[in-house]
Design a protein around this ligand. Structure first.
Ligand code: RET
Length: 242
């Protein structure tokens, strides 16, 4: 512990963002869980899912922080396990808010399938091809899943159902849509900087250690913005509409 604390304090920015990430995710989980008791039953499951998302992330961040301190490398495996659990749960949030307007389970499965496709191909690119020039090909394949989610939320079934729902749901969906379009775009940026294939085969950061540093910091910022931000949009919805 003493050793861990000193090596975080000694200007290790990556470890510091893992540390802050752990704290932020823990604090957000406590907040969402405690607020459940004053949340109307209509929105309780949605706010609960917000808390589960940040809680799962808090546990992974705790592990990733130690992993990063002990090995000095990116915790790629834990990162993707976290995402494989939390991103489908974010898809569940879209399903839950549009369910009353008639969202079917098939829509939930479309969202989940697209997110798993995006993440599995991203993992192949990062864990198995991150140190060779072809990583950009996997990043591009992964982006197809990402683009499909953006499309569903902005123009597809999610958008249409949200529009035919209450004004509060329509507004929440638009805000969540911005998170998916802009907030989630932080991740491919981390991937471009952190893998050797970078931009169409050209490494953006040539030193491998610096590349993995850049990638972890960007992913950690992305997670804080998106997981906590998503949860707060759902929370605001639960407060604006009883
Ligand atoms: C809480 C975690 C979230 C919201 C993670 C989202 C991750 C992505 C949107 C990742 C996307 C990627 C691409 C679009 C291409 C390159 C590979 C990925 C997996 C980084």
């Amino acid at each position: 512990m003493g050793h861990e604390v000193t090596s975080i304090a000694a200007g290790n920015y990556v470890a510091f963002t893992f540390f802050i990430g752990t704290m932020a995710m823990m604090a957000a989980s406590v907040f969402f869980f405690f607020e459940l008791s004053t949340t109307s039953s209509k929105w309780r499951t949605s706010v609960l899912v917000s808390g589960i998302i940040t809680f799962i992330a808090a546990v992974h961040y705790y592990y990733m922080r130690s992993y990063n301190l002990e090995t000095g490398t990116s915790p790629t495996f834990f990162r993707y396990v976290d995402w494989l659990l939390t991103v489908p749960l974010m898809c569940v949030e879209f399903y839950l808010i549009t369910k009353k307007a008639g969202a079917k389970l098939s829509l939930l499965w479309k969202l989940i399938a697209a997110s798993v496709f995006m993440l599995v191909t991203g993992y192949i690119g990062e864990a198995l091809n991150g140190t060779n020039e072809s990583s950009w090909i996997w990043g591009t394949i992964s982006s197809i899943g990402y683009a499909y989610i953006v499309w569903l939320v902005w123009f597809g079934d999610v958008a249409n159902l949200a529009k035919s729902s209450s004004a509060a749901v329509a507004k929440a969906n638009r805000t969540l849509g911005w998170f998916v379009l802009v907030g989630w775009a932080i991740y491919p940026l981390g991937y471009i900087l952190g893998t050797k294939g970078g931009l169409f085969g050209t490494p953006m950061v040539t030193d491998p250690a610096a590349a993995s540093y850049a990638m972890d910091i960007i992913y950690n910022i992305g997670d804080a913005v998106n997981k906590i931000g998503f949860g707060l949009v759902i929370y605001a919805l639960s407060r604006s509409e009883e």
